[in-house]
Design a protein around this ligand. Structure first.
Ligand code: NAD
Ligand code: ZN
Length: 368
């Protein structure tokens, strides 16, 4: 359990299957002893059939009628749209939710981002409890208060900052998460390893025995450490001006590659490639020891993540991974800054810093 920063993040293996335990947490966090308060579960078509019934049963165990129902969106990033957002809002309205009621976002980052935004908008804002079920959502998206849906022009362009009332995590649910999604979450954990020596040491220990390239599940301790790094950085800077930029390690080049792949590359794989591009360029310039690149490559391989754009994607005639195409995406990125780009550069194992880099220098890095 980590507290502070206004809301509670609880990491508790088995919580979702422990009906009385979950009921107690939900009741305390959402004030369900008040008979006029209800909670609606927002989930997706994969997670809902597995876990929504358990959460709903726990709600009903606090007080019959405490559940306002379950709203299910189709699984996948394709659902993170203004249209789906409005559908969820209309469903909330037809359940006659009031200002006192709350949303429980039960799912991966797509559900967390969309349900978080729906809660922030419904009646000018009702409470939201995050229950992340993917590794990426546990270590990254559920913490920090960013909510959004995508626009045609790009990802996450429509959203608000809105903090949840709490984050409840049951790492046991990772047992049903597909391997590709586990690797994807490792991409963000390896990013935290680039920012924090303790996470780096734990990542080495846990991925070390992995020879198959099929990522193991991270330990509960490593999930907790990753969340702590994110919370520490976010609490210094909720609105992303200074310190929070560190969390973009691997994300500028990564986002460019992800967009250029038309999302054939997962987010975690893209971040992995982004980190590799920067590290490789810095090694080539003599600014980092070669061992740091080899170490990163080893960790990525063990986590089942690529170091560079896979040949089968490079071969696709409908995709453009040219430097110009990547720079075009990066220059439209909301993280870019006019005359140059704010890059997070690794400076030592477990340490990185934000530097403003000119477009010419960024081009040179992409070329290496
Ligand atoms: P996702 O929500 O699409 O989940 C990945 C897949 O796993 C989905 O098919 C989902 O149904 C399934 N799934 C989730 N939990 C499961 C479980 N326990 N068992 C079986 N299947 C399960 O994607 P994601 O990777 O969780 O999140 C990606 C999204 O998060 C992106 O839209 C991204 O923009 C957003 N994001 C937001 C932030 C933020 O700060 N708000 C940060 C990073 C990413
Ligand atoms: Zn990310």
């Amino acid at each position: 359990v980590t507290a502070g920063e206004g809301y509670l993040v609880e990491l508790s293996p088995g919580l979702i299957s422990d009906a009385p335990g979950l009921a107690g947490r939900l009741s305390a966090l959402l004030g369900l002893t008040d008979p006029s308060v209800r909670a609606v579960i927002v989930t997706d078509s994969n997670v809902g059939p597995l876990y929504a019934g358990k959460v709903e049963a726990a709600l009903e165990a606090t007080r019959p009628g405490a559940s306002a129902g379950v709203i299910t969106i189709p699984a996948g990033e394709e659902s993170k749209t203004p249209l789906e957002l409005v559908r969820v809002l209309e469903a909330m309205a037809s359940l006659r939710l009031t200002r006192k009621d709350a949303v429980i976002a039960l799912g991966g980052g797509v559900v967390g981002d969309l349900a978080g935004l729906a809660a922030a908008l419904y009646m000018r804002g009702i409470r939201c409890l995050q229950m992340p079920t993917s590794l990426l959502a546990m270590v990254d998206s559920s913490v920090g208060g960013k909510t959004a849906v995508d626009l045609e022009a790009g990802k996450n362009l429509m959203g608000v900052f809105s903090q949840p009332v709490g984050v409840l995590i049951d790492p046991e649910v990772l047992r049903t998460l597909p391997a590709r999604e586990i690797s994807c979450g490792w991409g963000e954990i390896i990013k935290y390893a680039g920012l924090d020596g303790d996470v780096l040491a734990a990542v080495r220990t846990e991925l070390g025995p992995c020879r198959s390239g099929i990522a193991p599940l991270p330990s509960v301790g490593l999930i907790a450490r990753s969340i702590d790094v994110k919370r520490r950085i976010v609490s210094e800077d909720e609105k992303e001006s200074g310190a929070r930029r560190l969390l973009n390690l691997g994300h500028t080049a990564g986002h460019a590659v992800e967009t250029a792949s038309r999302y054939a590359l997962s987010h975690g794989a893209s971040v992995a490639i982004g980190m590799h591009i920067l590290t490789k360029a810095l090694v080539k310039e003599g600014k980092l020891p070669r061992a740091m690149l080899e170490d990163l490559e080893e960790l990525l391989r063990q986590a089942g993540l690529p170091s560079s754009i896979p040949p089968e994607l490079l071969a696709r005639a409908d995709l453009d991974f040219s430097i110009d195409a990547l720079l075009a995406v990066a220059s439209h990125d909301k993280k870019s800054a006019g005359s140059g780009v704010n890059l997070v550069l690794p400076i030592a194992p477990g340490r990185a810093e934000v530097r403003k880099v000119s477009w010419e220098d960024f081009r040179a890095m992409l070329e290496t």
